[in-house]
Write a protein that binds this ligand. Sequence first.
Ligand SMILES: [Fe+2]
Length: 368
Amino acid sequence: MNMNFFVNTKVITGVDCVKNNADKISALGKKCLIVTGASSAKKCGALDDVLFALNSKNVQYEIYDKIQQNPTSDSCFEAGRLACETGADFILGIGGGSPLDASKAIAVVAANPNISEEMLYSMDWGKAPLPVVAVGTTAGTGSEVTGVAVITNSKGFKKSFRNDLSYPVLSLGDPQYTQSLSDSFTRSTAVDALAHCVESFFNRSANDISKVFAVAGVKKLFKVFDKVISDGTQNLTLEDREQLYNASLIGGLAISVTGTAFPHALGYFLTENYGVAHGTACAVFLNKFIEYNSSLKPELTAEFFEETGLDSERFMTVVSAVTPKINVSLTDEDIKNLSPRWQNNAGLKRNWGNVDCAFVNSVLKDLF
Ligand SMILES: [Fe+2]
């Protein structure tokens, strides 16, 4: 088993870390494009902190605040061209996975304003992307420490690219920003982080380093999950929120080695077609994923439970209790219509065994 590992990100976390590290941001240039969604960066205080840091170092900025949930390639091209026209030296993304993933694509377009959508995804870029600073405001995505961007293409499908040049150069994570998240958002992002850890552990390309991260992330998450189940997310302390945030970074480090597996591959259609939040859409497949690996890879599964201090029953009970409920039902026709998605699907190939169309159909039939 190899120990291959590469992460090209300076990670700084802790209360007020954005304001306290203005010098590290300003070292990247004199002008930046700030990339956010419509309101969350303002509501949680992150935008104020970023503006304070930029103003304190006389860094000029433009703000692009039109990134939607599940960002589209259209918005990335619009923002990328804006960054190019305004002479941005770097991109500063504030948010959860959507603005952070978008920032990575925007950084590519900013350096290569004439590329096509196809060239963006195939990484036929010409010039290296601009540097990206990631200011995380949710505890789930892990995008702060990966070179992966998931962007919805012009046909409405989530598609990703993964490149060593797309790691944020600087990631600033202040857990205070996650305190304003709603109950369902806190849960769906937390189970996204869990899915990253678990899918990374049972991944064909897992190695000794990625498994250390995967196990550490699961342990941290389950400590807080017990509290979520007994007291609800409204009673989480700043320390609990910090644990969730740190676990999400650890999950990001795990998938930066391995990528995800079938829960993510299957979850995308629930988001695209039924509007299910990303983390929830993936986590609804986690118990099936554990069942699948238990029968296919009993020794690996035993190792997972021994290392995490869990057992199968506890794992499944907690996952079911923490994951927000969804109301989706699929007819045989719906399942048939989804099947082209499972041909040559990279996320399915990363699983042990053979996750084929027949298997996916049986999972969908069972769950929905
Ligand atoms: Fe995810």
